[in-house]
Ligand binder design. Structure first.
Ligand SMILES: Cc1ncc(COP(=O)(O)O)c(C=O)c1O
Length: 431
């Protein structure tokens, strides 16, 4: 449990929001950035030693030993899959309600994504459906902490142990969340986070990190993210091959296949600055969600239905999401969105289309012809040869009804505008 965050959640909203600098750029960010700029850009990737500090700080925050910075929360997952030995012929189970990245990384490894359905109450991966989709070809599961809420990890980890599967947590939307009192990120074999612009913290618009307690896995993940350089290690900042090693005529550089998913030192500096106020960044989003929820309670609105938050879970609200019961409300999704905007709301996002129904999956349009998809690789002996409607009925029913409300506001005034717009919309519709 993270005592700093829990203490902060007991503070007044004013005290929490006072810790958020304007435009999401704070003094610490500027200080670390200056350190990098002052060190200059000699012919080396990290003259200020910032990678070691940022990685060590990230690992410490999550109570694990290793953190490997990446240039995105997509590259992170691909490194994790490659390091787990996932390749052609394998299946990886993913949820259908997520950003496309969660499934695309599987294809990029030459493996077959298998979509398991979600739980209608939490909107997260349903372990019972995961169990039904496991085959002799399954190698890994990528559970997503959707919108900031962890899935049923007890169920998923039990399946993983039984079938010897690697679990890679996709926590792009969940920083400092908790599952049964445990920190989300320290449950699976490795966990991925994204610093993309919309996320709880950002490193200039893009970036990501993998954390894990497993030294061998961390080293392999590092190498997968740095072109497979043989001499790189797991420990913080071990991204650099010493000059006398790399200049030697006999130096054999690469002992496995990797991509270049390295982060820049400039981004690492910004990530370190943001990490130092991550508790406040998360506390603010939780507070905003509480304010939206208070409107539902006060207005006794029973047609906007947020996900069930199980006991022991701390939801960190990348967005505050509700299912719109169109029948009870008497309006459809588009009418609701229009009314919310007319009442001063700052837009309203739909959830992504279920990933298995996106054209690229439906048409197996990964690499030119459909028969070039991993699903038709001769090494693949499984049965998943298409993606179509009906594959994940719970998700397909839920997705068009989801309303995602922003939680990224940086001032109480901005929050109140959105909360008041929700109240006015509910009253208008209830009339
Ligand atoms: C659930 C989820 N997974 C993965 C990603 C990909 O992260 P990135 O944009 O950093 O590659 C995102 C968001 O972008 C996401 O929301």
């Amino acid at each position: 449990m993270n005592n700093v965050l829990h203490a902060m959640l007991a503070e007044s909203p004013e005290a929490i929001f006072a810790q958020l600098p304007p435009k999401r750029v704070g003094e610490t960010d500027r200080r670390y950035l200056d350190e990098v700029l002052n060190a200059g850009f000699r012919n080396t990737i990290d003259p200020a030693g910032i990678f070691a500090r940022t990685e060590a700080a990230f690992a410490a925050k999550f109570g694990v030993r290793y953190a490997v910075l990446h240039n995105s929360g997509t590259g992170t997952m691909q490194s994790c899959l490659l390091a787990a030995g996932v390749g052609p012929g394998d299946e990886v189970i993913v949820p259908p309600l997520t950003a496309v990245a969660t499934a695309v990384v599987v294809v990029q490894c030459g493996a077959v994504p298998v979509f398991a359905d979600i739980d209608p109450d939490t909107f997260n991966l349903d372990p019972a459906d995961v169990a039904r989709r496991i085959t002799p070809f399954t190698k890994a599961i990528i559970p997503v902490s959707l919108y900031g809420l962890a899935p049923d990890y007890d169920g998923l980890m039990a399946l993983a142990a039984e079938h010897d599967l690697t679990v890679i947590e996709d926590n792009a939307e969940c920083f400092l969340g908790e599952y049964k009192g445990r920190m989300v990120g320290a449950i699976g074999h490795a966990a991925s986070f994204s610093f993309q612009a919309s996320k709880h913290m950002t490193s200039a618009g893009d970036g990501g990190v993998v954390i894990t307690d497993d030294q061998e896995y961390a080293q392999n993940i590092r190498k997968r993210s740095c072109l497979g350089y043989a001499t790189l290690g797991a420990k913080p900042g071990d991204v650099f091959v010493p000059r006398d090693v790399r200049q030697d005529i006999d130096f054999e550089r690469h002992d496995l296949m990797g991509y270049n998913f390295r982060m820049s030192a400039v981004q690492a500096a910004l990530a370190l600055g943001q990490l130092e106020r991550l508790d406040a960044l998360v506390a603010a989003r939780i507070h905003i969600a509480r304010m939206y929820q208070q409107v539902l309670d006060e207005e006794q609105c029973d047609w906007l239905i947020p996900p069930v938050v199980p006991d022991g879970a701390l939801h960190t609200y990348w967005t505050w999401v509700c299912k719109l019961d169109e029948e009870r409300a008497g309006v459809d999704w588009r009418m609701f969105r229009k009314a919310f905007i007319a009442n001063g709301g700052d837009g309203l996002y739909s959830a992504w289309r279920p990933v298995h129904l996106e054209p690229v999956f439906r048409n197996l349009a990964f690499y030119g012809r459909p028969d070039q998809a991993p699903n038709f690789d001769p090494r693949y002996k499984g049965t998943v040869k298409s993606y179509q409607e009906g594959d994940c009925p719970v998700c397909e029913e839920l997705q068009p009804r989801l309303c995602q409300f922003k939680t990224s506001m940086q001032s109480i005034d901005a929050v109140e505008t959105q909360v008041n717009a929700l109240r006015a919309t509910i009253r208008e519709i209830a009339r």
